[in-house]
Write a protein that binds this ligand. Sequence first.
Ligand SMILES: [Zn+2]
Length: 247
Amino acid sequence: MGGPRAFGFETDKLTHRPEEADVIRALAARALAGESLTSLSKWLDESGVRTVTGRPWRTVTVRQLLLNPRMYGMRTHRGETLTRAVWEPIISAADGERLRLLLTDPARRTNRTARRYVLSGVCRCGLCGTVMYSVPRFETRRYLCRSGTDFGGCGRMAIHADKLERFIVDAVLLRLDTPALTDALNGLPAHDDGEAGKLAAAIRADTDQLQELADMYADGEIDRAGMRRARQRIEDQRAVTAALSPG
Ligand SMILES: [Zn+2]
């Protein structure tokens, strides 16, 4: 019964918050008139309307709000069937049903290309740290730091997808190639805590260096040849670590 209050309702979960109830009615009308969730989220933020947690609106939040049976005076019983709730509905049951049909229409899904971009939502912008997403509208595949609704990045970073993916594959293969990691993956016990600590530190140092290398490459500070030279240095170091490792 805990959790944050529902938008549109007081903490007693029964009484309407009139200003928020008005917002919900406006949202429902605009959505049914064909306005996109992105446009609605932007409208909410620009109107100074806050979510119950005070965070910016996201399309998924607006969608959940408009699909919540609570808004049209119903509640889910045993996770399935809808029953009439004791509170007053904010929008009509007919509008609730029209919203459900509109917002759950499979034709609305727009993330079909996601699988082509393995690093989408994984790699991060070197300027602001926000996760970057693929943008299919360019001829060459790219990951972009995107600003605006649902993204919140600086919008100033773009990276060539093929080059970044090739670099990450190299880095991952290099990581998988270390004797220390092989031992860890094979579950080989370390001889004692001192040895395990030393190995862990070596692995951390390796990881940091690779991260730094990745950052420099992403920032355009080094080219592929420079990356190869730097990687050679890490490999030499790794050979020393391997020589010190037990077994
Ligand atoms: Zn950014």
